[in-house]
Design a protein around this ligand. Structure first.
Ligand code: NAD
Length: 289
């Protein structure tokens, strides 16, 4: 999946989906039903509408029973919690995903905490975060899973490597740092208060950027031969057109990196592929209990 030194996330995601499809088929023959992924969308945020439709469609393409529940923007927190409770109890539902962000009148933390940890295919529940932190089996957030698979595919040796993670969110930065640590890398997590970010980044054999700042990482921030995973998705206007760019200045950094993911076509497609993979993991784990 390395095209020159560019890590092709689109091609790798397609390979992951094929693997998932095989596991779905095996699950169906063994248990007589398809794994189920239920996605909840509250309101009409334009980006969220597209994301949730894509998730439902991707699920169906690999044979997962994908269902999108669209709730009105005025839905109360109590109503949403009731819906989650209903899906928690439904034996045919293996994965529950509540699309973020939620409308302001709903407490995101209470909602995410209400999802059965065994069905928490986003891996955001504190039980799953705790299990990951303890190095125990759990449902792991999809984007970090995708990053690790990209590193594996690039044959990056992580043992003893210096890994720098830019960003400390619960969704990307912290879990990807945990996964790198489990692979025996020496991990540093940097954030908005870190001093001399360029100098720290230059120590990295593996650099994961997840900050949401367009093209923050420049060529002189990156050690020659480093592997760079760009998680950022930033919309900017270039020559009058709206385009997506990462947290890394791709054209510059590509000149020095041993391998680098593009935006779009890098981490993004891997995230959705691992959502499907997590759904099958959840289904298999639930069927075994
Ligand atoms: P977030 O806003 O929750 O966290 C950003 C982190 O970056 C924070 O920890 C903050 O301290 C740090 N930060 C901000 N400015 C910084 C700076 N100037 N220098 C150093 N650190 C800085 O964001 P998130 O949810 O972790 O997402 C990060 C980026 O990844 C966003 O662009 C988001 O759109 C993207 N993302 C992509 C995918 C994908 O599938 N490709 C999935 C999730 C998030």
């Amino acid at each position: 999946m390395l095209n020159g030194n560019v890590l092709d996330g689109k091609a790798l995601a397609s390979k992951v989906r094929t693997e998932v499809k095989e596991r779905v088929d095996a699950f169906i023959s063994r248990h007589g039903r398809a794994p189920g992924l239920d996605v909840i969308l509250v309101g009409e945020n334009a980006a969220s509408v597209v994301y949730t439709r894509n998730k439902e469609k991707a699920a169906k393409e690999v044979g997962i029973r994908g269902v999108l529940h669209t709730l009105a923007g005025a839905t109360t927190e109590a109503e949403l919690l009731k819906k989650i409770d209903q899906l928690n109890r439904d034996p045919n539902v293996d994965g529950i995903l509540v699309q973020l962000p939620l409308p302001k009148h709903i407490n995101e933390m209470r909602v995410l905490d209400a999802i059965d940890p065994g069905k928490d295919v986003d891996g955001f529940h504190p039980i799953n975060a705790g299990l990951l932190s303890s190095g125990r089996p759990s449902l792991v957030p999809c984007t970090p899973m995708g990053c690790m698979r990209l590193l594996a595919e690039a044959d990056v040796s992580l043992e003893g490597a210096n890994a720098v993670v830019l960003g400390r969110s619960n969704i990307v930065g912290k879990p990807v740092a945990q996964l790198l640590l489990h692979k025996h890398a020496t991990v540093t997590i940097a954030h908005s208060r870190t001093r001399d970010l360029p100098a720290l980044c230059r120590t990295a054999d593996v650099l994961v950027a997840a900050v949401g700042r367009a093209e923050l990482v420049r060529r002189d921030w990156v050690k020659a031969g480093a592997v760079v995973i760009d998680v950022g998705i930033n919309r900017v206007v270039r020559e009058g057109k709206s385009v997506l760019v990462g947290d890394v200045l791709f054209e510059e950094v590509k000149e020095v990196a041993r391998a680098i993911t593009p935006v779009p076509g890098g981490v993004g497609p891997m995230t959705i592929a691992y959502l499907l993979s997590n759904t099958v993991d959840a289904a298999v784990a639930r069927a075994a209990t």
